[in-house]
Ligand binder design. Structure first.
Ligand code: GLN
Length: 451
């Protein structure tokens, strides 16, 4: 069918399902139809790797005139002012941006329960969470709203909801995809990251958006050279962090983890147990660094330049305080306070400085590990999607869900979550592979070989 007809059917389905799932915060029908019309008048070339393919973006990625609220009251009504580099690349390849996805406020959370737009339901069981913080993008992809969606992954926010929703998600090497136009949370950890329902689609979208960019100084040189169908399993060596799997991993997750391991052994893959001792400090290091960076990044929301402004204030200081008290949600406030505290004079060396030192150590230990193995294997999360509300009174419990995904952000290595082939009706389980920095294409090639 033509791009326009395809969109019509797609929108019908979205309008039927989204009121229940709450994955989208806007559907840009008029814009999308206009784009489709433009495409219908164009002849597709080799450059058009995504000709007419609908894409949905997380609400923290800039697209001119699309909502950019970051699921926060403080940005209510705020719209994108320009196109993120990743967005421009997709559009150049012929993709049609059709809407924006729900998320945890400023990407802080693991369940999409901290959103000014409300929670997102898991399509596999609507009494359970979608995962987060890119829950809306994950559900939009899983429920067929678009074959490809974008999220952002700072500590697991794409891989974890991909696992909860039974789809693929990759956090590229830090700097592999430009961050220009992504609203910053933890700048040294953030990566725009894609979701897809199969590896081939993931490979295509990576090829389209993973390239250098003069607008992001941390962006890597070179580009993504697809290795689909060029990676063979035979002879590969995989490291398993067995000692951190001992406690706190649910039985259904462990069962799928072991099943794939056994299966791969039969196909010529060798498994060895490895240790990365610094991983014991994963959560403390991450929450110090992420909160510190968030507290400075979010200082720009002052009631003057963007979005919400408190009314009837007494002076400038009162305006800042009241705007921020009214505009930010509870989890965001918690992180700003933690981050500001750990960066303050007298505490810097004890907290932020030390966290950075452990982070360096972790990077070196990963480099060392990759001298003897091709990939590192872990579940994506210690459990499958949970019921709504269970972490409402205990932020630490929610933070535990990120323990396996965060190391890739701290060390910058690429990591992919692949869905385990669970029985029909069972909850999805995500399994994760990490590779050396820069080996994104090879990692995707490897994931394709698993099938
Ligand atoms: N759940 C983690 C957090 O709350 C990760 C978030 C993310 O990757 N954006 O910080």
């Amino acid at each position: 069918s033509s791009p326009k007809e395809y969109l019509k059917d797609l929108f019908e389905n979205i309008e039927k399902l989204n009121p229940e799932l709450n994955a989208l915060t806007s559907l840009q029908k008029e814009y999308a139809f206009a784009k489709a019309e433009e495409l219908e008048a164009t002849r597709a070339t080799d450059e058009h790797t995504l000709f007419g393919v609908p894409v949905i973006i997380k609400e923290n990625i800039q697209k001119l005139n699309f909502p950019l609220e970051c699921a926060s009251k403080i940005l209510k009504g705020y719209k994108g002012q320009f196109n993120a580099t990743a967005v421009s690349s997709l559009e150049k390849a012929g993709a049609i941006l059709i809407g924006t996805a729900n998320m945890d406020e400023f990407a802080m959370g693991s369940a999409n329960e901290h959103s000014a737009h409300g929670v997102v339901k898991n399509p596999h069981d609507t009494s359970r969470v979608s995962g987060g913080s890119s829950g809306g993008s994950a559900v939009a992809c899983a429920a067929g709203f678009a074959p490809l969606t974008l999220g952002s992954d700072t500590g697991g926010s794409v891989r974890q909801p991909a696992g909860f929703c039974g789809i693929f998600g990759i956090k590229p090497t830090y700097g592999r995809v430009s961050r220009y136009g992504l609203v910053a949370f933890g700048s040294s950890l953030d990566q725009i990251s894609p979701f897809a329902r199969n590896v081939t689609d993931l490979d295509i979208i990576m090829k389209t958006m993973a390239h250098e960019d003069s607008k992001d100084a941390t962006c890597l040189k070179g580009s993504y050279e697809s290795q689909l169908n060029h990676v063979s399993l035979k002879g590969k060596k995989i490291g398993v962090l067995r000692s951190i799997l001992k406690e706190g991993v649910d039985d259904n997750v462990m069962a799928e983890f072991s099943k794939l391991e056994e299966n791969l052994k039969k196909r010529g893959v060798t498994f060895v147990d490895i240790e990365i001792p610094s991983l014991e400090h994963t959560l403390s290091v991450y929450y110090l660094i992420a909160c510190a960076e968030a507290s400075t990044n979010l200082s720009r929301f002052d009631g003057i330049r963007f979005g919400h402004r408190a009314q009837n204030t007494e002076d400038l200081f009162d305006l800042y305080c009241r705007t921020r008290s009214e505009g930010f949600g509870k989890e965001v406030k918690r992180r700003i306070m933690l981050g500001t505290f750990s960066l303050s004079a007298g505490f810097y060396d004890a907290f932020y400085g030390k966290a950075q030192a452990v982070r360096d150590l972790m990077s070196r230990q990963f480099d060392e590990a990759f001298k003897s193995v091709d990939y590192i294997y872990l579940p994506t999360s210690p459990a499958s999607a949970f019921h709504f509300g269970i972490n409402a009174f205990d932020p630490i419990k929610e933070y535990l869900y990120d323990v396996f995904t965060i190391p890739a952000n701290l060390t910058g290595v690429p990591a992919i979550s692949v869905p385990a082939p669970v029985k029909n009706g069972a909850l999805p389980v995500g399994l994760q592979f990490m590779a050396q920095r820069g080996k994104d294409a090879e990692l995707i090639g490897f994931a394709a070989a698993l099938e």
